[in-house]
Design a protein around this ligand. Structure first.
Ligand code: ADP
Ligand code: MG
Length: 771
């Protein structure tokens, strides 16, 4: 025992030896706390750091989190030569850390050795035995195989290899050799066979028990199965990964303080260890579902940093100085008077949220979600008018020319009546017209500017941009959002999407945006009836079209992209239009719309369809978004099985916009894939965009759902937003709460968090370093 004395001035001097053993340095603090009625002093652990902002002693903390070894190249790992290193690098596994995060795809239960007589067909199993015979053979069908007979006390079984080099095989498969084998057992007539088993030979003179005691990598345990790169054998991979885990796991240090990490999860380091080398008592099914506490811990860690990045970004925006708009009602009231209908409650609510944002002195960053036809355009226009009332310009960006034109039409129609200039800029705008448009944008005459990404081109220079609106966000990357923002001085940003993104996904993708949902349709909409028709009912479909046209309605017939090439796509649609006109509906008028038409031509076709010059419009998918012709009541989708769910939903949303009952006919051939059939059944069973989106996410998986990384999906190594949705919410809460307490991550314990965040997502989220 050492007695530490209090000095007269109430300071303590602790002998250096004791200090060291306590893990303290001069200047550190002790916590005095009451435990079971007794006062106890102990060193401060990082989580104890009180919530007064200390002068951050960041250096010492940073030093304890050395990442040096984790950044070592894989080629320096024992057992990895230059050749294997090159193969791994091809898979983007460059460092020790990359290797540690190369998780098993699945696991095989090789804990039990099964007597050969008890091996069951259809199951993977591990058994031990002696080689009785081994040689090349020919099957009855004339195939060359290599066959070995292996036996134990209980019985014998045949092992078989196809396409094996017999000379090479015979060198290892020697009669009398004892090994441990694993593979799937098959039954052929009375004979059980194992094809291409894995084998581990017992060294001469060694007992099975001594091999088991040496903790073998390939049997006697739950064995990880790694994703393979050509040229690397599974067993090699296992051996190397073991090397990595055993050698470098101690270098894994979580910087997440205990309070921000679910207590039920193992420490990050243990979690990584368990994922590679599951403990013997682990549940194989849970492992294979990626749902062990170890897997969840890793997923949580990933989510936490991503969400922390989003939280920080969001906070960054809210700290920026924005435009405090005033709502004068000058134009918004006027528009309300011009409208032939009232706004829905949902539209009013979302508009109120937008107004509050716009009036605040910080920039708005809001995402408005609303199903097809829920009336987003109008909400956007109202927001635009607020900016215009304040003498600011508005930019509206749409994903396609046709949609930009449609927006222009709608908005120009209303704004024209109020004397506001609305300018459309498209890629096709040339020469004098273009110059003039650009000038009017630059001198502020153009109050609302609408276009595709043409809006964010360098030459487009706004006099005073106050609000940027992006329609159908999922088509644009985060990047475009950034460029648009830079066209003004911290303008407000409003993002609109008709793809109802499931909550978890929205949180991941747009977690730095505030979310408003228009969850109500304008009144009087009659649900669209959706039917799946096979070819045999085509005549019935044509009768139906005739009936509707007789009633004065119009019809869309959509053709998918047959190939990747636009040419065949065009051909199919063109032929269909000709066929329908000549052979099926000679008395009706059939129009054609496709991607090869110039914007002006497209516009002309759409305009004549709107004014009922055609009864039937055959189109490729260029029509997909935003087109609004209330008189159209039938949407026929040819080869519907080839479309994605959200696309089908978008297309269907082109009808049911008026007062008449509408139909969506999904034409398909009998040869449906499982997923294809699932999609069509979902369409048939619901019109609810959110349910469709959720089903879509389920069928396709999150990566595919929104296309690519460009669409904003972070590339998580372990986490799966579909599977781990509730975990994501948990991590999000922890991250946002943390910033609430420590907005700048300035507390000593949080500084390493910030450093780690920058390392992981700094570039991706355009996070700025502090200090
Ligand atoms: P979205 O862009 O959300 O798919 P739109 O803004 O194109 O939907 O609106 C779809 C249709 O509904 C348009 O014809 C629009 O004029 C109409 N609409 C919008 N709001 C209302 C409302 N409150 N009441 C009636 N009709 C509305
Ligand atoms: Mg729209």
């Amino acid at each position: 025992m050492t007695i530490v004395k209090l000095a007269e001035n109430n300071s303590i001097t602790i002998p250096a030896e004791i200090l060291k053993r306590l893990g303290l340095a001069p200047g550190d603090s002790l916590v005095v706390e009451e435990i079971n009625g007794e006062l106890v002093a102990r060193p401060v652990r990082p989580v104890d750091v009180p919530h007064v902002k200390p002068a951050p002693d960041t250096k010492s903390l940073k030093d304890t989190i050395s990442r040096k070894n984790l950044e070592v190249g894989v080629r320096y790992i024992k057992g990895i030569g230059p050749k294997m290193a090159a193969l791994l690098e091809k898979k983007e596994i460059r460092t020790v850390e990359d290797a540690l995060y190369l998780l098993p795809l699945r696991y095989e239960d090789r804990r039990q050795l099964i007597p050969i007589s008890s091996l069951c067909a259809g199951r993977s199993a591990v058994f031990t035995g002696t080689v009785l015979s081994a040689d090349a053979a020919t099957t009855k069908g004339g195939r060359r195989v290599f066959e070995a007979l292996v036996r134990d006390e209980s019985g014998a079984i045949v092992c078989k290899w196809f396409h094996a080099n017999a000379v090479w095989m015979k060198r290892t498969w020697k009669v009398g050799r004892v090994g441990v084998f694993s593979g799937e057992v098959n039954q052929f007539g009375y004979q059980r066979e194992v094809h291409h088993p894995d084998v581990e030979w017992l060294p001469e003179g060694e007992s099975l028990q001594s091999l088991l005691d040496s903790d073998p990598a390939n049997f006697g345990r739950i064995v990880p199965v790694y994703p393979l790169t050509e040229g690397i054998h599974q067993k090699t991979m296992r051996r190397v990964m073991r090397e990595v885990v055993n050698g470098f796991l101690p270098d894994i240090n979580s910087v997440v303080p205990a309070g921000l990490y679910p207590a039920e999860f193992p420490h990050l380091r243990d979690a990584l260890g368990q994922v590679h080398l599951p403990p013997p008592e682990a549940d194989i099914a849970v492992l294979n579902a990626g749902a062990t506490p170890a897997h969840l811990a890793l997923a949580y860690d990933e989510f936490f940093f991503w969400e922390l990045g989003l939280a920080l970004k969001k906070r960054g925006v809210s700290m920026e100085e924005g435009i405090p708009f005033q709502v004068t009602h000058r134009y918004t009231k006027e528009l309300a008077k011009l409208l032939p209908f009232e706004l829905t409650a949902a539209q009013r609510r979302v508009l109120a949220e937008i107004k509050a944002d716009m009036m605040s002195p910080h920039p708005m960053h809001r995402l408005v979600q609303g199903d097809v036809g829920s009336g987003k355009t109008l909400v956007a226009l109202m927001a635009a008018l607020i900016a215009v009332e304040n003498d600011y310009q508005v930019a509206i960006m749409a994903p396609t020319e046709i949609l930009a034109e449609q927006h222009w039409h709608t908005i120009h129609r209303w704004c024209g009546q109020m004397g506001l200039e609305v300018t459309l800029i498209t890629a096709g705008l040339k020469g004098k017209n273009k110059k003039e448009a650009l000038e009017r944008i630059a001198d502020g005459t153009a109050r609302i500017v609408i276009g595709t990404h043409a809006v964010i081109q360098e030459k487009v220079d706004f006099a005073k941009l106050g609000l940027g609106i992006i329609d159908e966000q999922h088509r644009f990357g985060v990047l475009q959002r950034g460029i648009l923002k830079k066209k003004g001085v911290n303008p407000d940003i409003l993002v609109m999407t008709a793809t109802p993104i499931p909550r978890t996904l929205a949180m991941t993708l747009f977690g730095d945006l505030d979310l408003s949902v228009i969850d109500e349709m304008p009144p009087g909409r009659i649900p669209i009836e959706t039917r799946i028709y096979f070819e045999s009912r085509r005549m019935q479909l044509y009768d139906m079209i005739r009936d509707q046209v007789r009633l004065g309605r119009q019809v869309y017939v959509i053709y998918p992209l047959v190939d990747e090439s636009e040419k065949t796509d065009l051909k199919a649609a063109t032929q269909m239009a000709e066929h329908l006109q000549a052979d099926i509906f000679p008395g009706l008028k059939v129009g054609l719309l496709h991607g090869r038409l110039s914007p002006v031509e497209k516009e002309a076709v759409m305009a004549s369809f709107t004014s009922r010059e055609f009864d039937i419009l055959v189109s490729t998918t260029v029509i997909e978004v935003g087109i609004d012709v209330p008189n159209a009541t039938i949407m026929v989708i040819e080869h519907a099985e080839r479309f994605g769910l959200s696309q089908l939903h978008q297309l269907r949303g082109r009808v049911g916009r008026g007062k008449e009952k509408s139909y969506c006919i999904l034409m398909t051939t009998g040869k449906l894939s499982e997923d294809g059939e699932k999609r069509l059944r979902v369409m048939e069973s619901t019109g609810d965009g959110f349910r469709i989106a959720e089903a879509d996410l389920e069928i396709r998986g999150p990566g595919d759902f929104l296309g690519t990384r460009q669409a904003g999906m972070p590339d998580f190594r372990v986490a799966n937003i579909l599977r781990d949705g509730s975990l994501l919410e948990k991590a999000r809460r922890a991250a946002f709460d943390l910033l609430e307490d420590d907005p700048e991550l300035g507390h000593a314990v949080h500084v390493p968090l910030h450093a780690e965040l920058l390392r992981r997502w700094g570039k991706r989220l355009e996070l700025a370093a502090i200090g």
